[in-house]
Design a protein around this ligand. Structure first.
Ligand code: SF4
Length: 344
C-alpha cells in the first residue's frame, strides 16, 4: 500500500430535501445521508467501509463516483476537484472509477449477451475500436475474472449468481479503472460463493494495482479483504484505521458492538465472549441526534455526549482514529458498565 492519496473527501455532504407541501414545495427537512465525511483512500489499498443498513455507506460510495450530487464539502480524485466536474472530464473520471453492484442479476441487462455487456464500456470510452479488437479484449476480461471466454455469447439467465457477479466485475474492469467501488458485492451470493468472489477481488486488486472501496455490513468479510477499515454511523465516519487494529482493538463503542456480533469459530469462545447488544434501530438521518450521533444507543454515553459532536482523533494503534469522548474528556467513564445495554 502506498501513502499516496487517490480519493479524498473533506466535510462531504449528501443531503436530500424531504417533505414539504404547497405550490413552492418548501422542504420540511433534510435527510442527511452523508453528513460531513472526512476520508482518504490511498492508492493501491483496499478500504473496507462497514456499518448497519441505512447508515449511508452506499450513498457515500455513489457520491465518491459522482453518481449522486454532493451538497457540501470537497471531493478530489487523483488531485482533481470533482465537485462541479462536467462533460469530457467527468466521462474520464467514469472510466477511471468503476462500480460492482450488489445484485448482479438486476445490474445486468437480460437482453444483452455477456460480450455486449462487458464490451459496452470499451465502446463508450473508445478503448478498443473494431469488432475483432473488442472481442479479444472481452475474452481477456472474462479470463481475468475466471470465466471461460467461450461464454461471451450467453445471456445473464444462463449463469449462476457467482458467475453473474464475475461478469459484473469484468464489466467494471473494462474501462481499465484505478478505483473500484464494490457495494455489498457479495451480499446476494450463497455463502459458499462469497469466499470465491472475495478472493477474486483480492487477487485482482493486487494483480492490477487497483484501489478498492469494499462496502459491506459484514465485518468479517471486510476484515478478510481490507488493508484499512472505516466504520460509518448515521452519515459519518466514526472510526478508521488499519484492519488489524480496528478488527481486534476497536476504540469506538459502535465498532465494539459490531465486532461483538461477529460469530467466533469455536463454540467455547462464543460462550465466553461479552456481547454488546445495541437496542433500537439507527435513528432517522432526517433527525440526527444532537452531540454524538451514537448517544441514543451507546452504553457508555455520559454528559458531554449530549451536546458536543466528537471529532475523529488519533487513538489506539498508529493510523487509527475514533470519534468518541471516551478518549480525552476529563470525567469519561473508564470502563464499560456491566451487562451492557444501550441507553433509551
Ligand atoms: Fe458513546 Fe459518548 Fe463515545 Fe458517542 S462520544 S460513542 S455517546 S461515549
Amino acid at each position: 500500500m502506498s501513502g499516496d492519496v487517490l480519493v479524498s473527501a473533506r466535510g462531504l455532504e449528501v443531503h436530500f430535501p424531504v417533505g414539504g407541501r404547497g405550490f413552492r414545495r418548501k422542504p420540511a427537512g433534510l435527510l442527511r445521508a452523508v453528513d460531513g465525511v472526512d476520508l482518504d483512500i490511498h492508492r493501491g489499498e483496499t478500504l473496507g467501509l462497514v456499518g448497519e443498513s441505512g447508515c449511508g455507506k452506499s450513498t457515500l460510495g455513489n457520491a465518491l463516483l459522482r453518481l449522486v450530487p454532493t451538497t457540501g464539502g470537497t471531493l478530489t480524485f487523483d488531485g482533481t476537484d470533482l465537485t462541479g466536474l462536467e462533460g469530457r472530464r467527468l466521462k474520464e473520471l467514469r472510466r477511471r472509477a468503476g462500480m460492482v453492484f450488489q445484485d448482479p442479476f438486476a445490474s445486468l441487462d437480460p437482453r444483452r449477451t455477456v460480450a455486449q455487456t462487458v464490451g459496452e464500456p470499451l465502446e463508450v470510452h473508445g478503448l478498443r475500436t473494431g469488432k475483432r479488437a473488442r472481442a479479444d479484449r472481452v475474452a481477456e476480461l472474462l479470463e481475468l475474472v475466471g470465466l471461460d471466454p467461450g461464454v461471451a455469447g450467453r445471456y445473464p439467465h444462463e449463469f449462476s449468481g457467482g458467475q453473474r457477479q464475475r461478469v459484473g466485475i469484468a464489466r467494471a474492469l473494462a474501462g481499465e479503472p484505478d478505483f473500484l467501488v464494490c457495494d455489498e458485492a457479495i451480499a446476494s451470493l450463497d455463502v459458499s460463493v462469497q469466499a470465491q468472489v472475495l478472493n477474486l477481488l483480492r487477487r485482482l486488486q493486487r494483480q492490477l494495482g487497483l484501489t478498492l472501496l469494499f462496502i459491506s455490513h459484514d465485518l468479517s468479510a471486510v476484515r478478510h479483504i481490507s488493508d484499512r477499515i472505516a466504520v460509518m454511523y448515521l452519515g459519518r465516519i466514526v472510526e478508521v484505521g488499519p484492519a488489524r487494529a480496528v478488527g481486534t482493538d476497536p476504540q469506538m463503542p459502535y465498532t465494539q458492538a459490531l465486532l461483538s456480533a461477529v460469530p467466533l469459530p469455536h463454540p467455547k469462545l462464543e460462550r465466553e465472549r461479552k456481547r454488546i447488544v445495541l437496542t433500537g434501530d439507527v435513528p432517522s438521518p432526517a433527525a440526527v441526534p444532537s452531540g454524538c450521533r451514537f448517544r441514543t444507543r451507546c452504553p457508555y454515553a455520559f454528559e458531554p455526549c449530549d451536546d458536543v459532536d466528537p471529532a475523529l482523533q488519533s487513538v489506539g494503534a498508529p493510523g487509527q482514529q475514533a470519534a468518541c469522548h471516551l478518549h480525552g474528556v476529563v470525567g469519561a467513564p473508564a470502563a464499560a458498565p456491566e451487562g451492557v445495554t444501550a441507553t433509551p
